[in-house]
Write a protein that binds this ligand. Structure first.
Ligand code: PEP
Length: 256
C-alpha cells in the first residue's frame, strides 16, 4: 500500500516570518495526521525556519524547489543537494514545468539533478507532463515516456523507491483547469506501466505518483480516489494554510 503524499509547492511566495505564521495556523488547523505524508516546499530562505518549527511533527517534512547537480563550485546563485541535506531537507522538486519553460531545464539537466539528489540522500519529486499543444496533438504518452526515460537514465532499481513522480500537465498548472480524475488516472497508469517496463512491476508498484495542476479542496477527493494517484503537488491552493488542510482532509476521506 503506497502512503499518499501531499506536497505544498509555495513557488516564490512567503518570507521566512510569513512561513512561520503559516505553519502555526496550519498545525493548529490540521491536528493529528496518521495516514498521509505531508511536505511543505517553501523558497530556500524559509527552509531553516520551517525545519526547526516542524522538528517534532512526525507527519510533516520540508522540501526544496530546486537544486544544482554539482556538490559545490563556481555556480553563483545555486544551492547543492548536500547543502539542502545539511538543513534536514528530505524532498526536492526536480524538473517542474516552470523550471523547464522559464529556466531552460532540459531532460539531461533534470537527469543530472535526479542522480545528484539521490547521491546526497534527498528524495526527488520528478515532475513530468505535457503542454496543451502536445495533448491536442495526441503526444501525451510520447512526452511522458521521453521525460521519464531521460529523467531516470542511469537510476538503478534500488533507488526507484526513493523517487516520487509528479504528473503535472502544463495546461492545468495555475490555470484553474484541473485534469479530470479520468484524464489524470490515464496518465498515471501510463507512467506506472512505463516504470514497470524500465524497472520491473514490483519496483514500479511501489512508486508514488502525485497529480499536480489546479488541485483544490473541491476536486481533491475524486482525484485521490483514482487507483494510480498517490497524492498531490499543490501550488496556488497550498498558499492558504486552511485550504491546504482541507485538501489533506479530502485526501484522507478518499482512503475511507
Ligand atoms: C504546481 O506549481 O506544481 C502546481 C500544481 O500549481 P497549481 O496547484 O497552482 O496549479
Amino acid at each position: 500500500m503506497r502512503k499518499k503524499i501531499l506536497a505544498a509547492n509555495w513557488k516564490m511566495n512567503l518570507t521566512h516570518s510569513e512561513a512561520e505564521s503559516y505553519l502555526e495556523t496550519f498545525l493548529s488547523e490540521i491536528g493529528q495526521v496518521n495516514d498521509v505524508e505531508i511536505v511543505i516546499i517553501p523558497p530556500f530562505t524559509a527552509i531553516p525556519a520551517l525545519v526547526s518549527a516542524s522538528e517534532k511533527v512526525a507527519f510533516l517534512r520540508i522540501g526544496a524547489q530546486n537544486m544544482h547537480w554539482e556538490k559545490n563550485g563556481a555556480f553563483t546563485g545555486e544551492v547543492s543537494a548536500t547543502m539542502l541535506r545539511a538543513l534536514y531537507v528530505k524532498y526536492v522538486i526536480i524538473g517542474h514545468s516552470e523550471r523547464r519553460m522559464l529556466f531552460g531545464e532540459t531532460d539531461e539537466i533534470v537527469n543530472r539533478k535526479v542522480r545528484s539528489a539521490l547521491d546526497a540522500g534527498l528524495r526527488p519529486i520528478l515532475c513530468v507532463g505535457e503542454s496543451l499543444h502536445e495533448r491536442d496533438s495526441g503526444e501525451v504518452e510520447e512526452v511522458l515516456r521521453r521525460q521519464l526515460r531521460k529523467g531516470l537514465e542511469n537510476v538503478v532499481e534500488k533507488d526507484l523507491s526513493e523517487i516520487v513522480v509528479a504528473y503535472e500537465p502544463c495546461w492545468a498548472i495555475g490555470t484553474g483547469r484541473s485534469a479530470t480524475p479520468v484524464e489524470a488516472e490515464q496518465s498515471h497508469a501510463f507512467i506506472r506501466s512505463d516504470l514497470s517496463e524500465l524497472f520491473g512491476a514490483t519496483a514500479a508498484d511501489r512508486v508514488r505518483i502525485q497529480y499536480g495542476g489546479s488541485v483544490k479542496p473541491e476536486n481533491a477527493e475524486d482525484l485521490m480516489r483514482q487507483k494510480n494517484i498517490d497524492g498531490a503537488l499543490i501550488g496556488g491552493a497550498s498558499l492558504d494554510p486552511r485550504s491546504f488542510a482541507r485538501i489533506i482532509w479530502r485526501a484522507e476521506a478518499a482512503l475511507a
